[in-house]
Design a protein around this ligand. Structure first.
Ligand SMILES: [Zn+2]
Length: 140
């Protein structure tokens, strides 16, 4: 399918870009192929999401602007699902960092947080070592 966009670029696609991982083929994202207009005839691939956002805003995106999929589904290129992020925002979002679990102390009922990977059994969690030992004493 050929479209001419607001900048006069010829747009082919969208195509599904396939990534191969461990021999398995997986659809990664949608891309379009752009041919520049006039003297700037240059062929380039661009994420479909990015191109869609450019058409939506009627301007080219800056290099430091990236288009993020709100629901993390890189194949969902509905305009409602797309938003512009600076590169830094996007990296920060992808590296969510360690997961934090919200827990309630079994002994005193205080809510507290702990790194999720250090919480093997949330049912047996205490906010502090003293609560833990108190409750062990009670139980024993
Ligand atoms: Zn406690």
């Amino acid at each position: 399918m050929l479209t001419v966009d607001f900048l006069g670029r010829q747009v082919y696609g969208p195509y599904i870009e396939i990534s191969k991982r461990k021999g398995k083929e997986k659809p990664r994202r949608m891309v379009v192929c752009l041919y520049g207009s006039g003297r700037k005839v240059r062929r380039k691939n661009m994420a479909y999401a990015r191109w869609k956002m450019e058409c939506h805003l009627k301007r080219e995106l800056l290099r430091e602007e990236t288009v993020d999929h709100d629901d993390e589904d890189t194949l969902n290129d509905e305009i409602d699902n797309l938003k512009i992020m600076s590169l830094g925002d996007n990296i920060r979002k992808s590296n969510k960092g360690p997961k934090i679990a919200n827990l309630i102390c079994r002994s005193c009922g205080t809510s507290f947080t702990r790194l999720a990977r250090r919480t093997k059994d949330p049912e047996r969690s205490y906010c502090s070592p003293s609560c833990g030992s108190k409750s062990r004493l009670c139980a024993g």
